[in-house]
Write a protein that binds this ligand. Sequence first.
Ligand SMILES: C[S@@+](CC[C@H](N)C(=O)[O-])C[C@H]1O[C@@H](n2cnc3c(N)ncnc32)[C@H](O)[C@@H]1O
Length: 190
Amino acid sequence: MAKLNYWTDKWDLHVDVCPCDVHVNEWLAEQKATSKLIYHFGTGTHHVIGKEQAENGSGNMVFGITASIEEYDAYVKLVASNARVAKSYVAYFGDIYLTNPKLLPDFDVVTMLHLCEFFYPNTASADYGGIDDRGLLDLFTAKTRPGGHILFYTKSIAFDKVRPILAKWETEAPVARLGEFKTLAVYRKT
Ligand SMILES: C[S@@+](CC[C@H](N)C(=O)[O-])C[C@H]1O[C@@H](n2cnc3c(N)ncnc32)[C@H](O)[C@@H]1O
């Protein structure tokens, strides 16, 4: 039986190297987003999106995935000492390429910040049971409510691979490109 393609590393907050999560928080603030349900790809050890949205009075709720055992441990420690964060932020451990859509609600905002970064040679094999990056994007597009937003990280190390996927997806999926916010590319589901 295949074992999970989990990430053997962890990521602390390095705003100079990877500011995308901070930019998501800033974008949400600029949108004056309230009571939105947000899916976040890649929590980091810092959990800065889930934490900020739980504590800033917006009423936004975050469902975040991490594939790092250390990052998940950090989430457990965070909510164990902070009930307020626990109420509106749930992080779970898994491989996003194994997402089962039946287990997920629809979202107002989806972050696909690390698309193409963690696709392994066996990810889409029959034995492993995963999907490819376009399949992942289509799955989360379907899980985005009409009028909702899908965000990408233009400075991702894999953005050269993301670009052609977006070019095709833009013409085939019910989405419109709104433009950029700092390091993020912003799309709306039509
Ligand atoms: C470079 S870190 C960036 C973390 C955070 N977004 C930031 O910018 O500070 C990449 C993130 O993707 C997550 N990740 C790696 N592989 C993944 C996978 N297969 N499924 C879901 N998340 C994954 C890691 O756990 C980590 O949180």
